[in-house]
Design a protein around this ligand. Structure first.
Ligand code: 3H9
Length: 687
């Protein structure tokens, strides 16, 4: 009946098939024929039951996100679900792949849900800064209970078919032949003639809710929201489902959805959703990918071990190379310990742990890397050491193997030039802990072959990383911008701010922590070593390090950490040191407010991003946002620095940067031409 929705009636069971590639989103061109199909079948005596199924790789993955922010075309999803609930014959959703967001909400309008064993079901709207707006917050608690529903809706994390069955969300799980099984199930339900109660009328699970426990759970979740509105609205909507009659709770959900969908936070999170997918696209189409079966990792320290785990977690066999048997034993033991922690936390089974450990092969001989298809070096951050490693790799790696460096700063062109095959060399800058952090900067050197780049970009996705291709410069996108963000840190202190004041301005903005807390966590000695190597100084940080204050690991850094706690406590000794250094320099302290802190840290961050666009180190502004949201904790509700620049007002940023440039004369404040252009046109583009 339409290109996107078709009906077939088989043995009295009508199968409505949605076919809207790639993910069967509920676009207007699906909703309209779906509504018509269900209306026709409701009144068709030939259909004794109705199965809703999808063609392609997945059940409905939700509303069509590209339609948000535009006028809603009727029928909307809620009308289709309301129509479903008027149908007096069994309705069954047959779920394969993922039933997400509006997709699951549509399934909740059916009397029954059956799923393939590998299916996943969830309401991930919160990750787009939204709440389920098709009745999900009101219907899901009626099926699985309020506590379970709250957890699912506020986290946005989908659950497996097995878990859904145990929770009462699906009625049957099948190992294969989903459609045939769903039709059989539908026939049985039609023949059984049992009562067909729409979820809206099922109140038993809600009546069981322990309100006190629910409110405590909601309060705990609110504490982790860090300024995001959506998780709070999700909790409010589920609370309404318990406290209000169905239709009132539904109307309240709608009102919250409309508010969120029009807000900046959801716009920002939707921007990041599409930005991540855009970043993963390699501009050259139809490129052959290289075959990648075995991965070699050089260096079994924190970084190398984490990278090795990331690949083993993705199912790849890994050869781990170290310089001595002892270092190798130590590295492998750490990996085993990390997996054991996951088992003890319940996030990994003992069987999966053994399976993953079985993928590791340790070696101290470069010759053992000869059968690897991708070899990643994670050794000491020193050009001479890296060049030596690449020279040795050049001698043993098979022709066509991709050779990658995990350098955070060094010149990948220079490293590539130390081999006879620069076309096979690129950077893979993982973030620590590499088995956890999602970001991967893939560094394209001047001679990197496009197929090597495309292969690694695909591979990154296969191991669950968010990949961004960047060009060669000191610190690439992330660390280069981080330096710009931190350039004023010490000046702010000398002029009168305290570390806790600066950090608070950051956490109030939505960052998980401020720069001084971050420094203490990472270890102040790292920056100290880097500065010494580059002949640079930092007047306060250097003194802290000379005093052995390296941060959390020594119990003292910018803050004091008492009794092994990770809780930073402001330290009068540090404040006295800051004042002494200021006096030495003849700087009189003055009051510095949060606005100034943001202007002097985050405006230069945006400005450096503009320079990165100009130099074509990043292909798009949205790639920079992906780096910052996934690798550095930039608040997702602000969409990354380049998106936020638009929210903040680019003209204001240009004006204030100009002011600080005049005040200090420092180059970080000089507004970049690309930023000025953005202020005029609203578009980020290289000039
Ligand atoms: C919602 O439902 C609101 C309702 O409660 C209320 C309504 C009133 N819409 O990720 P992939 C595109 S909110 C439009 O690479 P995978 C995506 O951009 C929605 N487009 O595939 C990409 O396009 P391109 C709640 C969408 O296999 C292509 O599909 N649902 C949508 O790695 C392939 O995507 C969600 O938040 C969409 N809903 O992963 C689920 N989804 O090729 C969002 C995807 O041009 N989606 N696209 O770059 C996902 O989580 C993943 O896409 C999924 C597949 C797991 C489904």
């Amino acid at each position: 009946m339409s290109n996107f929705v078709s009906i077939a009636i088989e043995n009295g069971v009508a199968v409505v098939t949605i076919d809207n590639p790639p993910v069967n989103a509920l676009s207007f061109h699906v909703r309209k024929p779906l509504y018509e199909a269900l209306t026709a079948l409701r009144d068709d005596p030939a259909a004794k039951a109705i199965v809703i199924a999808c063609a392609g790789r997945t059940f409905i993955a939700g509303a069509d996100i590209t339609e948000f922010g535009k006028p809603v075309e009727q029928p909307e999803l809620r009308a289709i679900i309301a129509l479903l609930e008027t149908i007096a014959k069994p309705t069954i959703a047959a779920i394969h792949g993922t039933a997400l967001g509006g997709g699951l909400e549509l399934a909740l309008g059916c009397h029954f849900r059956v799923a393939e064993r590998g299916a996943k079901l969830g309401l991930p709207e919160v990750k787009l800064g939204l709440l389920p707006g098709g009745g999900g917050t009101v219907r899901l608690p009626r099926l699985v209970g309020a506590a379970k529903a709250l957890g699912m809706i506020v986290s946005g994390t989908p659950i497996s078919a097995g878990e859904a069955k145990a929770a009462g969300l699906v009625d049957a799980v099948f190992d294969s032949d989903l459609l045939a099984e769903a039709i059989r199930f539908a026939s049985e339900m039609a023949a059984g003639g049992g009562p067909l109660i729409p979820i809206r009328d099922r109140n038993d699970r809600l009546a069981e809710t322990d309100i006190g426990a629910f409110d405590r759970q909601a309060t705990d979740l609110a504490r982790t929201a860090r300024g995001l509105e959506a998780p709070l609205s999700c909790a409010e909507a589920v609370r309404n489902a318990i406290a209000l009659p169905f239709d009132e709770a539904l109307a309240a959900e709608r009102a919250l959805f409309i508010k969120l969908v029009a807000g900046d936070q959801s716009r920002a999170q939707r921007h990041l959703f599409f930005a991540e997918r855009e970043a993963a696209k390699v501009p050259v189409k139809d490129l052959q990918r290289r075959r990648i079966a075995r991965i070699g990792i050089i260096g079994a320290g924190t970084m190398g071990g984490g990278i090795a785990m990331a690949f083993a977690n993705g199912g790849f066999p890994v050869t781990l190379l170290e310089t001595s048997e002892e270092a190798l034993r130590h590295g492998l033991a750490t990996i085993e310990k990390n997996y054991a922690v996951s088992v003890s936390r319940g996030s990994l089974t003992e069987e999966a742990k053994q399976q993953r450990l079985g993928l590791f092969k340790g070696s101290t001989d470069y010759a053992d890397l000869a059968d690897c298809d991708l070899i990643i070096e994670a050794v000491f951050e020193d050009m001479a050491v890296k060049k030596e490693v690449f020279g040795r790799l050049d001698a043993v790696a098979r022709p066509g193997a991709i050779l990658a460096t995990n350098t955070s700063y060094l010149d990948v062109n220079e490293i590539a030039a130390s081999t006879s095959r620069p076309q096979d060399v690129l950077g893979m800058h993982f973030f620590s802990p590499a088995n956890v952090m999602k970001l991967l900067e893939i560094v394209r050197a001047d001679k990197t072959a496009p197929d090597a780049l495309a292969t690694v970009t695909d591979l990154a996705r296969r191991i669950g990383k968010v990949a961004v291709v960047v060009g060669v410069c000191h610190g690439f996108v992330g660390n280069r911008m981080l330096s710009a963000r931190g350039a004023e840190n010490e000046a702010l202190l000398l002029e009168g701010a305290t570390p806790s004041q600066v950090d608070k301005a950051f956490t109030d903005f939505g960052w998980p922590m401020g720069p001084f807390q971050m420094g203490d966590l990472a270890g102040l000695d790292i920056g100290w070593r880097n500065r010494k190597a580059r002949g640079q100084t930092a007047v306060i940080a250097d003194t802290l390090c000379e005093q052995g204050r390296f941060g959390q690991k020594t119990g003292r850094g910018w803050y004091r950490y008492e009794g092994g706690s990770r809780e930073p406590v402001a330290d009068p000794e540090v404040e006295a040191l800051i004042r002494a250094k200021a006096t030495e320099r003849g700087i009189a302290p003055r009051a510095i407010d949060a606005e100034e802190i943001i202007e002097r840290t985050l405006y230069p961050l945006v400005n450096e991003g503009a320079k990165i666009i100009e130099e074509r180190i990043a292909a798009r502004a949205s790639d920079i946002d992906v780096v910052w949201a996934n690798g550095y904790g930039f608040p997702v509700g602000k969409g990354g620095p380049m998106f936020w620049a638009g929210l903040e007002g680019a003209a204001r940023i240009v004006e204030r940067l100009g002011y600080w440039h005049r005040q200090t004369g420092r180059a970080t404040f000089e507004p970049a031409p690309v930023l000025r252009r953005f202020a005029e046109t609203g578009r980020w583009e290289a000039l």
